[in-house]
Write a protein that binds this ligand. Structure first.
Ligand code: ZN
Length: 326
């Protein structure tokens, strides 16, 4: 009885051993010939096998985050891959790189960069906010005329614009400050000083002031950014205006260019005197006058701000500083 049982046990141990051995052999063959591999689908369509799903997906994630290429902010992909585990023979061709390329091609990359705008009009582009800020700061430091209109805008675009370096941006955007009224005032003084020190052509005529007790309210030279062609003598309206020197009246009437009621006297050799902004004309064209003859009554006509006599001395049409000759 016992002997019979022992034989049965021995037989079953033998059987189990053989079975385990066979199983190990099969597993060994499987491990040797096959390995876990993922089928990859994009948009439900089989696109290939991935050797390393983890690695492939990481690469795709990096691409989506825009880490792959400089300036890419993010990427939009219509269809992301899905994976399915399968066991395949080791000699199957995997195509991770190809799958990655397919994902990349189906995606739209959005580049991120910065625009510097002047009065909300984009002028040029730089890579980073820091560069844009630095350019704007430099333009402010250089007192560029457009500082008030400068702004920085972030750009997301499918196309990468031409990016400038900070220094290029500053050079391109720098605008010399236009002369402000404050600057004009200071330049008025210098140019008037220059005009006064300047000598005009020698004129062999003795000129006298066209009004009695003249008070100069504005000199010859640049004023408010414009050339002031004469000498302003502040006088009340109705004050007598005299011929500065002997000559012939060649104009007596309204001037629409801003002189108002104007008298022009010619003194020969291209020399003329102008008397402008009069309230009344007291002479007529062709009349011969002597120095000191009444030709007009002072006023505030034409482009004039306050009653005065605007007096000019011209030689061949060009105005010279009357103070040089009075
Ligand atoms: Zn004037």
């Amino acid at each position: 009885m016992i002997r019979k049982g022992l034989i049965a046990l021995r037989a079953s141990v033998k059987f189990i051993s053989v079975f385990i051995l066979a199983a190990l052999l099969i597993i060994g063959v499987i491990i040797f010939l096959y390995k876990p591999i993922y089928e990859v689908y994009i948009g439900g369509e089989f696109v290939g096998y991935s050797e390393d799903k983890q690695k492939l997906q990481q690469k795709i994630n990096d691409y989506l985050d825009g880490d792959e290429e400089e300036h890419i902010a993010f990427v939009q992909v219509d269809n992301l891959p899905t994976y399915q585990l399968c066991m395949l023979k080791k000699d199957i061709v995997t195509n991770d790189d190809e799958i990655y390329s397919m994902v990349k091609e189906s995606g739209t990359a959005y580049y991120k960069y910065y625009a510097i705008a002047v009065n909300n009009e984009e002028q040029l582009y730089v890579s980073s906010f820091q560069e844009a800020q630095q350019a704007v700061d430099e333009l402010k430091a250089k007192n560029s005329s457009n500082v008030a209109g400068l702004s920085i805008a972030v750009k997301y675009s499918e196309e990468l614009g031409e990016l400038k370096q900070t220094e290029e941006a500053v050079a391109a955007l720098y605008n010399k400050k236009k002369v402000t009224s404050k600057a004009v005032i200071s330049s008025t003084n210098t140019s008037v000083a220059n005009a006064r020190s300047k000598t005009g052509p020698s004129i062999p005529i003795a000129f006298r002031y066209p009004v009695a007790s003249p008070r100069i309210s504005s000199r010859f030279g640049t004023r408010w950014g414009r050339q002031h062609a004469g000498l302003d003598l502040a006088v009340p309206t109705g004050t007598d205006v005299y011929a500065s020197a002997a000559g012939t009246v060649t104009f007596a009437g309204w001037n629409s260019g801003g002189y108002g009621y104007l008298v022009i006297i010619s003194h020969g050799n291209g020399v003329q005197t102008y008397y402008a902004h009069n309230s009344k004309i007291m002479c007529s064209v062709g009349q011969t006058v002597s120095a000191g003859d009444l030709v007009a009554k002072a006023g505030n006509t034409g482009r004039s701000y306050g009653s005065h006599c605007h007096f000019e001395i011209r030689v061949n049409g060009k105005a010279y500083n009357p103070e040089l000759y009075l």
